[in-house]
Design a protein around this ligand. Structure first.
Ligand SMILES: [Fe+2]
Ligand SMILES: [Fe+2]
Length: 475
C-alpha cells in the first residue's frame, strides 16, 4: 500500500501535518468515505468533469476556488474559522469563562451526540439526492446539485474531524457509523425523520435546499455560539457554504414560478390541467410542495418543550441564533416564552420557562427567515400580474413532533376534524398524482445553455460565467 500524504491531499487549516494520531485515524476513515461516495453519491456521475468551487483556505479569496474536477477526486478539506483571541463563553452557567479548547469531561456525551446528529444529516442529504442528476433540467442546475453534494460531503468531513480529533476511540466509532447508516433504510436509517424522506424530483430538491438547508443554517448558527471552541469555529465556516445551498433552493423555486407564470399569461389561463398539459407546474402544486417541505422541516427543531434544549443551553454547548445580538442576561433562568398549545380542541398561547422552549425559539427564528423568500417568490407572481399568492402554512400544520403531533390543523391554523382533514388532504399536501406529474416532467437536459420547459433560465451564470457555459463535461 502506498502511503498518501493526507496533510497535503486534504486542504486544511488545522495543522493536520502536525498530528500523527489524527492522520492515522483519517488514513483509516478516508478510503471508507470514498467507497461510501462511490456507492451512495451522485449516481452515474463519477467520471464527469464538474465546474466546482473548492475551499482551499478560509479567507475570502481562498474558499471559492473554481475549476473542473471529477467528484471522487474533490479535495474535501477541513477548515475552521480563525480563532478569536481570548474568546469567552457567551451564555449559560459558564458565561464569562474562557471557551473550551478541549472537551470538558462532564459534557463529553452531550457534545458527541450534538456533533453526531449534525454530522448524520450531511451524508443523508447526499443519499436523498443521488438520483437527481439523471433528470437535471440543465447543465447549470446539474452543476449546482453536485456543488451542494460535495459540500455536504465536506460538512461530513468537518464533523468527522471533530469526532476523531477530540473524542478518541468513541469518536472513531461514530465516524464509521456515519458511513454505515443510510437514508430511508429500514434497519439502519439516518437519525432525523426529514432525512429519511426521498427527494424524488427537482421541485422537491429546490424546496429541500430552501427550507431544510435553512434548518441547517439555524442549527449551525446555534452551534457557532458553542462554548466548545472547535465546534464553534467549524460550524461558523460551514455557514459560508450553506448560503449557496439556500440560494440554489430560492432561485430554483423562483425560476419554476417564473416559467409557470409566463405560460399562464401566454395561454391566458389559471387552469392547473391546461398548465400541466403545457408542461409546467401549476402554482397550486408548488404550494402543496411548499406545505410539505416546510412542515417536515419544522419538525427538525424538535419538541417545543425540551429539557435537553435547556441543558444544552445552560451547559454552554448550544446557543441561540445570534446570541450576541440579544440584550437579555444570556442565562434565561427567569425568562419566559410564549408557545402554542392545544386546549379543548383549540390552539392557545401560553407562557413557559424560556430555557425549556429554546427549540421553539430557534424554530420561530427559522420561520421569520423562511417567510422572506416566500415573499420574493410572490413578487415574481405579482410582477406577472397574476392574483395567486404563496404562503407558508400555520406552524401547527402537518406536524409529527411536539405538542401538535397527530393533531389535524389546516394551513390557515384551524384545528379540524378527521373528516375535514381527509377531504382536504389532497388540496393541502402533494398527492401521489402531483408527484407523478412532476416526475413526468423530469427529463434530462444537459446541452449547455438549454433548459427544461418547466423552468426559466437563471438571470446569470456561476462565477460570472455565461449561462451557456459548459458547467459539466461528460466523459
Ligand atoms: Fe450541510
Ligand atoms: Fe446544506
Amino acid at each position: 500500500m502506498t502511503s498518501i500524504d493526507y496533510s497535503e491531499k486534504i486542504p486544511n487549516n488545522v495543522n493536520l501535518a502536525g498530528d500523527r494520531t489524527l492522520q492515522r485515524a483519517l488514513e483509516q476513515w478516508q478510503p471508507n468515505f470514498i467507497s461510501w461516495w462511490k456507492d451512495m453519491g451522485p449516481e452515474g456521475s463519477q467520471a464527469f468533469d464538474v465546474y466546482l468551487r473548492t475551499a482551499v483556505s478560509v479567507d475570502p479569496g481562498g474558499w471559492a476556488h473554481f475549476d473542473y474536477v471529477k467528484m471522487p477526486e474533490y479535495r474535501w478539506g477541513i477548515f475552521m474559522s480563525p480563532a478569536q483571541q481570548d474568546r469567552q463563553i457567551q451564555f449559560g452557567e459558564h458565561k464569562g469563562q474562557p471557551a473550551w479548547q478541549e472537551v470538558p469531561g462532564e459534557h463529553r456525551a452531550n457534545l458527541r451526540r450534538i456533533i453526531v446528529t449534525q454530522g448524520d444529516t450531511e451524508p443523508a442529504s447526499v443519499e436523498q439526492q443521488r438520483h437527481l442528476g439523471l433528470t437535471a433540467p440543465s447543465s447549470y442546475d446539474l452543476r449546482n446539485l453536485f456543488q451542494v453534494n460535495v459540500e455536504e460531503g465536506r460538512h461530513l468531513w468537518a464533523m468527522v474531524y471533530l469526532l476523531q480529533r477530540y473524542f478518541g476511540r468513541d469518536g472513531r466509532e461514530e465516524a464509521e457509523a456515519l458511513l454505515g447508516r443510510r437514508s430511508g433504510d429500514q434497519d439502519n436509517p439516518r437519525i432525523l425523520g426529514a432525512f429519511n424522506e426521498r427527494t424524488p424530483d427537482w421541485l422537491a430538491f429546490f424546496m429541500f435546499t430552501y427550507f431544510t438547508d435553512r434548518d441547517g443554517k439555524f442549527q449551525l448558527s446555534a452551534l457557532a455560539e458553542s462554548g466548545f471552541d472547535p465546534l464553534a469555529r467549524t460550524t461558523k465556516f460551514m455557514l459560508t457554504e450553506e448560503a449557496h445551498h439556500m440560494f440554489v433552493g430560492e432561485s430554483g423555486v423562483s425560476r419554476v414560478i417564473q416559467r409557470t407564470c409566463a405560460v399562464m399569461n401566454q395561454l391566458k389561463t389559471d387552469d392547473p390541467q391546461k398548465l400541466r398539459a403545457a408542461g409546467v407546474i401549476d402554482l397550486e402544486t408548488v404550494q402543496r410542495y411548499l406545505n410539505f417541505h416546510y412542515s417536515v422541516t419544522l419538525d427538525l427543531f424538535g419538541a417545543d418543550q425540551s429539557s435537553n434544549a435547556a441543558m444544552f443551553y445552560s451547559a454552554g454547548l448550544k446557543g441561540r441564533f445570534e446570541e450576541n445580538k440579544r440584550s437579555d442576561d444570556h442565562q434565561l433562568k427567569d425568562a419566559s416564552y410564549k408557545i402554542l398549545g392545544v386546549d379543548g380542541g383549540a390552539l392557545v398561547e401560553r407562557e413557559v420557562p424560556m430555557l425549556n422552549a429554546l427549540n421553539e425559539v430557534l424554530r420561530d427564528d427559522f420561520i421569520k427567515d423562511s417567510i422572506g423568500g416566500v415573499s420574493r417568490w410572490n413578487k415574481v407572481i405579482e410582477k406577472a400580474g397574476i392574483p395567486f399568492r404563496l404562503a407558508v402554512p400555520h406552524k401547527a400544520f402537518n406536524r409529527q413532533i411536539g405538542t401538535f403531533a397527530g393533531l389535524k390543523v389546516s394551513p390557515d391554523g384551524r384545528v379540524v376534524g378527521q373528516e375535514e382533514w381527509q377531504r382536504n388532504q389532497s388540496v393541502w399536501l402533494p398527492t401521489a398524482e402531483d408527484r407523478a406529474f412532476v416526475a413526468s416532467l423530469m427529463g434530462r437536459v444537459v446541452e449547455p445553455g438549454k433548459f427544461a420547459n418547466w423552468i426559466a433560465p437563471p438571470p446569470m451564470g456561476i462565477n460570472k460565467q455565461p449561462i451557456e457555459f459548459e458547467y459539466v463535461r461528460f466523459n
